[in-house]
Ligand binder design. Structure first.
Ligand code: CU
Length: 159
């Protein structure tokens, strides 16, 4: 749309005010553009006690032509939220902090059990199967995208 506007402004002055509005608006507020990021199938494991933690799994699709990057994750009832990657080394399972996750153009990145996940710690309420809550994924280009996360029973392993 922006390249269309750059061209149209150059050759068809009658479109100028429309395109100027669109262009300026897109510079001021990136969310005015339709996002090329689509987040699907977000779920978290149920958690019965309030001092514990849980993990969120989801699928992020980038339908656009430029790479975008998840730079932060936030859940309002958790004291902290991080992106983790599970590693198994010599039979020992550990979770490594991931600073950011790039979502390449025309591709999909999966957060799956045993791999990438959003770790939420210090929850101030239990997560019961059937509940849902909101997770904010903060992208470098697409901005903050709120995602509804469905809570699944403890035995659930994936979508
Ligand atoms: Cu973790």
């Amino acid at each position: 749309m922006l390249s269309f506007c750059r061209t149209i402004v150059r050759y068809y002055p009658v479109w100028f005010s429309f395109c100027a509005f669109f262009y300026l608006n897109s510079q001021v507020n990136g969310s005015a553009l339709p996002s090329s990021i689509i987040v699907e199938g977000a779920w978290a494991r149920a958690m019965s006690n309030t001092s514990g933690s849980s993990a969120i799994y989801l699928s992020v699709k980038n339908a656009g032509s430029e790479v975008d990057r998840i730079v932060d994750v936030q859940v309002d009832f958790a004291s902290s939220a991080y992106i983790h990657r599970t590693k198994v080394l010599d039979g020992v399972v550990s979770m490594l902090l991931v600073d950011y996750v790039d979502i390449p153009p025309k591709s999909r990145v999966e957060f799956l059990p045993g791999q990438l996940h959003v770790m939420i710690l210090g929850l101030d309420r239990p997560l019961g199967a059937g509940d849902s809550f909101s997770l904010d994924l903060v992208f470098a280009k697409a901005g903050t995208i709120p995602v509804i996360v469905g809570v699944r029973p403890l035995g659930y392993t994936g979508h």
